[in-house]
Design a protein around this ligand. Structure first.
Ligand code: BTN
Length: 247
């Protein structure tokens, strides 16, 4: 059960790293939060830096899950969107595969990792939600496309309430996936997906390809079309941008 144990820290290097290093001794479903991460990690080797106490940095541990976890980033995106929407009243969209966007800017990032120790596979879901940062916290050079709930809604929000809604939502979404599969969650994911039907730049190993995003495969890959041909883009390796900016 997600939240079987909850560990709250003032400071860690990274909540994901903490769970990776301590997975063997922690229970399945353990949640770790930190007010500040000194070495927060983003996707594709990037950094994730946030000022102390202004955002959600939360990770959870799955120990030897009995179901396919390759869709974990997508499941986390659905759970996080639902939790933020429920606690704040905003409606979020998803930029494939798992950025949550508000008014076309990035509000939330998700990094899922796995680690093998002895004979066990541990999966870690890490979620960062920009909550109470001000414009000054997003430097235009490095984070021109980022935003926070406070910037977009002009008021501050309780980080504790969002964290607790997120834990409940993760439990609900993962149970639904386990019982009924991804098809039962596809409407919640695709209904929020920003990219579908749009032209996107696919960024993969220094290369950029422009194509039309046409849909989502059952394994979470992005189905794209170009010059009458259809191909799949892998969510672990590539990211997409709009033709003229972040989305
Ligand atoms: C991204 O969009 O690049 C992913 C960002 C993921 C950030 C979260 S914050 C909690 C967890 N701990 C980390 O070090 N990273 C993830």
């Amino acid at each position: 059960m997600i939240g079987a144990k909850i560990l709250q820290f003032e400071e860690l290097t990274s909540t994901n790293t903490y769970l990776k290093e301590n997975a063997e001794h922690l229970p399945d479903g353990c949640v770790v939060t930190a007010q500040y991460q000194s070495a927060g990690k983003g996707r594709l080797g990037r950094q994730w830096i946030i000022p102390k106490g202004l955002a959600v940095s939360l990770s959870f541990l799955l120990k030897d899950p009995s179901y396919d976890i390759s869709l974990l980033p997508i499941l986390c995106a659905v759970a996080t969107a639902k939790a933020v929407e429920e606690t704040t009243g905003v409606r979020l969209q998803i930029k494939w595969p798992n950025d949550l966007i508000l008014n076309q800017k990035k509000l939330c990032g998700i990094l899922c990792e796995s680690v093998i120790k002895k004979d066990s596979i541990f999966a870690i879901g890490g979620i960062g939600i920009n909550v109470n940062q001000q414009p000054v916290h997003f430097s235009q050079e490095s984070l021109p496309y980022a935003t926070s709930l406070r910037i977009e809604q002009n008021c501050s929000f309780s980080i504790n309430k969002i964290e607790s809604a997120l834990i409940d939502s993760l439990e609900e979404v993962l149970c639904q996936y386990q019982k009924y599969g991804f098809s039962s969650l596809k409407p919640a994911y695709c209904g929020r997906l920003y990219n579908i039907g749009k032209e996107v730049q696919i960024l993969y190993r220094e290369k950029t390809v422009v194509a039309t995003a046409a849909g989502i495969a059952d394994n979470g890959n992005l189905v794209c079309k170009k010059d009458g041909k259809t191909f799949l883009v892998n969510s672990g390796e590539a990211s997409v941008r709009g033709l003229y900016g972040y989305v």
